[in-house]
Design a protein around this ligand. Structure first.
Ligand SMILES: CC(C)(COP(=O)(O)OP(=O)(O)OC[C@H]1O[C@@H](n2cnc3c(N)ncnc32)[C@H](O)[C@@H]1OP(=O)(O)O)[C@@H](O)C(=O)NCCC(=O)NCCS
Length: 197
């Protein structure tokens, strides 16, 4: 596809990976409308943890995000459902090339949560980052108050490493953060739980 976002492009931009009910793929510029709607329709769950998610999140914001989604220090992928609708984002950011470490992140459209989407998509995104960016270690860091994200990390099979004090500044308040890790070598060892109906 000619409009695939493809900056330091290694690998096939059209490549998709299968998981129960969902797939991930690189963003296309033409995803901007769907991404904008997904964010705006999910503000209740996103905005406490992702301060960029505001009611005025615009198509330009979505385009900017998409344009940077395959950058040197980021690989963000679109999560698609069985009808090819965009239902979230999973990816790796803050990539540290020297140490082959990345920060694994995810969000899911509010009306598609609790169906196993985030945990399945995050696993696929991590596998993709191993293949394309040669990463070895993934960190997942969330506020101690973000229970859905904690449970997602655990469902993924990540290992709890500890509490990082005041590690996140969200809406002008510092939050202690739970830090989880997942190694590339663990991605195939932990059986993926079935996606719930
Ligand atoms: C966190 C988030 C991605 C989870 O997405 P999801 O697709 O519902 O996750 P999954 O269906 O894979 O479920 C993962 C686990 O979280 C649990 N979970 C999901 N939503 C939950 C909620 N609102 N309350 C409690 N647990 C919840 C699920 O039950 C599951 O745990 P289990 O295996 O013990 O049953 C989603 O809630 C979201 O987008 N939140 C806002 C963005 C965010 O916080 N991202 C992470 C930033 S660090």
């Amino acid at each position: 596809m000619s409009d695939a976002i493809n900056n330091p492009a290694e690998g096939d931009p059209d490549k998709r990976e299968e998981a129960p009910d969902i797939r991930i793929r690189r963003f296309f510029i033409t995803d901007d409308d769907e991404l904008t709607s997904a964010v705006r329709d999910s503000l209740d769950i996103l905005s406490p943890w992702m301060p960029w998610a505001t009611p005025d999140f615009s198509r330009t914001d979505a385009s900017d995000f998409i344009n940077g989604s395959n950058g040197t220090n980021r690989l963000d992928l679109a999560i698609l459902d069985e009808n090819d609708e965009l239902i979230g984002v999973a990816g790796v950011n803050q990539i540290d090339v020297t140490n082959r470490v990345g920060n694994l992140g995810y969000w899911v459209r509010a009306d598609r949560t609790r169906q196993g989407v985030a945990s399945a998509a995050a696993r696929l995104a991590a596998k993709r980052a191993v293949e394309e960016r040669n990463l070895n270690r993934f960190q997942i860091t969330m506020s101690v108050d973000n229970e859905p994200s904690r449970r997602t990390a655990e469902r993924l099979g990540a290992t709890f490493e500890g509490i990082a004090r005041n590690a996140l500044l969200l809406h002008n308040r510092f939050h202690d953060a739970r830090v989880y890790s997942l190694m590339a070598s663990e991605l195939d060892q932990i059986p993926q739980p079935p996606v719930r109906p």
